[in-house]
Design a binder for this molecule. Structure first.
Ligand code: FEO
Ligand code: CA
Ligand code: CA
Ligand code: CA
Length: 601
């Protein structure tokens, strides 16, 4: 039971205990229900899901696989009708098809996977007395797949590096892949990061190009063998197709006929996300992390200014803001002597991991700031430009979110088990542990609170793991009172300014199921982390949306544990019995005495 004065505002719930149950576990007094699952129809003509008789045509009209990011865009002041926009990050064919032969997938299996990637837009509604969200057929419903045309915009549109035989203009790409996290813009569109695009492209070894290997594009046949059914995935046939992925995309879900955009001005890397903040003068700033071990944190400052209002004309204008501006990468400097950062996670003598930092400019429009790189090369081969600029190698930058009131920027650094390995970089003050299995959460305060600032202060808010372990830190809060956390991934704020964190420990690093946790970042309870829910076995918790009455999360890859497959499922969530696991969106709400209550009191 809570002691008086110790319950942070909006976080009055009994924490869920770490567990390995094959279910979504929520606090006492809360209810939860699946909103939509992989394969559920989005259109009246879509067939009902049939695991043993899948087709690409059906999948293109159904909810895709492995939902990651989610946005809920309210269509009315009460938030009873919302557009649910989700990413479908990747496919796991072993779980999708019984008896799957990874060496010889059928063409139809490959086509199902193309249709299962991308994004979904879906109308969901609820009644005033319940948090249960019901999917609806509507004119807004939409599927984005590997065959949806995208417009390439910004300084690298039409670049020689983006031209292919199917698109000699270098401005029109079919599809998006590996869309991980994202962001909702102040003008009501959705940004989505193309993350691990490298895995889809075959025969990189034949090209022996360091620009490919720097992005992890290596090897011969690809994992999914898509190159057998579409030459654009074979680098020896279409060497530039790979350069058309790894961007931030923007979708206007309010206009179902709109063409989504790939914004080259934000650079090309394994974009986890992009989140936008508007500066006092109306210019917009977008933060994005490159999620891989020893990669960087970036920000973009627009040249143009945001136009207010939610007219279509305003939205069209605002969708051009991410096409022209300056791209920067972050350098972090610690304020403690390097010898005090010993790799164990032990706090240095000044009692904190922190310091200062700067944003190093990479390119602006057609101007490059990196010697040896044209601007075009900075945008298309951003990782190599950031290497040359001397940016700081981080422990897998995942989601980045700005506190809605204080403007402080939060970044989840998921983990990095290679930190300190032979031949790899050792501990630094922002990444202080070797063999970092549990990650950290970083706070970044732009100078003067101005998102356009080019210098900042930073500190670690959390050094994650088991609170009983001496290598963890919870903003100095009493560790006997916090929930354990491993591998922070997605971030969200509630209306009180509490930070919510979903986790992706890859099933192995933590030893218990992933979940969604929350903590205050201000006041006497700062650091008081509490677990709000856990997801089923083998699943990752993604895309949290924290509303006043409803919390939604995406349950990605339930049952994804070593040795499992469709022939040997490790989870039967959500349908139970001996069913196959299905990635799904879940809504959680609090109902007492037939009345819908606020989340967290
Ligand atoms: Fe797809 Fe960075 O997690
Ligand atoms: Ca320090
Ligand atoms: Ca992620
Ligand atoms: Ca992750």
């Amino acid at each position: 039971t809570a002691r008086a004065g110790t319950v942070p505002r909006g976080l009055d719930f009994t924490p869920v205990r770490p567990n390995t149950l094959d279910q979504v576990t929520v606090p006492d007094g809360y209810r939860q229900a699946v909103v939509i699952r992989w394969g559920d129809p989005l259109f009246p003509d879509a067939p009902a899901f049939d695991f043993d008789h899948q087709s690409a045509a059906a999948q293109a009209r159904q909810f895709g696989y492995n939902c990651d990011f989610a946005a809920l865009l309210p269509l009315d002041p009460l938030g009873l009708a919302n557009l649910l926009v989700t990413n479908h990050e990747y496919t796991t064919e072993e779980f999708m098809f019984r008896g799957y032969d990874a060496e010889n997938p059928t063409e139809e299996q490959v086509r199902v996977s193309w249709a299962a990637h991308g994004m979904s837009v879906l109308l969901v509604t609820r009644t005033p007395s319940s948090g249960r969200l019901t999917p609806r057929f509507s004119r807004h419903n939409r599927r984005i797949t590997l065959h949806t045309p995208f417009e390439v915009r910004g300084p690298a549109a039409g670049s020689k590096y983006l031209k292919t035989s199917a698109d000699p203009t270098g401005t029109r790409v079919l599809g998006t892949v590996n869309n991980c996290a994202g962001g909702v813009t102040p003008w009501g569109t959705v940004l989505s990061g193309e993350e691990n695009f490298n895995q889809y492209f075959a025969n990189a070894d034949a090209l022996a190009d360091p620009r490919l290997s720097r992005y992890g594009v290596t090897g011969t046949a690809s994992e999914r063998k898509w190159e057998r059914f579409d030459e654009r995935f074979d680098l020896t046939k279409e060497p530039n197709e790979v350069n058309r992925f790894g961007w931030v995309v923007e979708l206007d879900p309010h206009d179902p006929t709109s063409t989504p955009v790939k914004h080259t001005a934000l650079g090309r890397f394994k974009h986890e996300c992009a989140n936008v903040r508007v500066a006092d003068d109306g210019r917009v700033v977008a933060y994005s992390g490159d999620d891989e071990r020893f990669e960087y944190i970036y920000k973009f400052i627009s040249k143009g200014k945001v136009r207010k209002g939610d007219s279509k004309a305003a939205r069209r204008h605002n969708m051009t803001l991410l096409d022209d501006g300056t791209l920067y990468v972050a350098k972090f400097t610690g304020d403690s002597p390097p010898e005090e950062i010993d790799g164990t996670g032990k706090l240095p003598a000044d009692g904190r991991f922190g310091g200062s930092g700067e944003w190093i400019p990479l390119a602006s429009g057609t101007k490059s700031f990196v010697p040896g790189f044209t601007a075009e090369e900075v945008y298309v081969f951003t990782r190599l430009a950031a290497d040359a600029a001397g940016a700081t190698k981080m422990d897998r930058p995942e989601d980045i979110q700005t506190h809605p009131r204080t403007g402080v920027v939060y970044c989840a650094l998921s983990n990095n088990v290679d930190r300190g390995l032979a031949g790899k970089e050792g501990p630094t003050e922002a990444n202080p542990r070797v063999d970092n299995r549990h990650g950290q959460v970083l706070e970044l305060t732009e100078r003067g609170g101005d998102p356009r600032a080019l210098t900042f202060a930073w500190g670690l808010l959390l050094v994650c793991g088991d609170p009983e372990s001496p290598d963890t830190y919870f903003a100095g809060f009493d560790k006997s009172r916090v929930s354990p956390i491993s591998s922070p991934d997605n971030l969200a704020f509630d209306r009180h300014g509490n930070l919510w964190i979903s986790t992706d420990s890859e099933g192995k690093l933590a030893g218990y199921n992933d979940g969604l946790l929350a903590l205050p970042v201000e006041g006497p309870e700062r650091g008081h982390l509490k677990a709000f829910l856990t997801v089923p076995r083998g699943a990752e918790t993604c895309g949290p949306v924290i509303g006043e009455k409803v919390v939604t999360v995406c349950v990605q890859h339930p049952g994804e544990v070593d040795g499992a497959s469709a022939d040997n499922p490790a989870s039967h969530w959500p349908d139970g019995g001996d069913s196959q696991p299905r990635p799904a969106v879940v809504a959680v709400w609090r109902e007492e005495g037939g009345k819908l209550r606020d989340i967290g009191g």
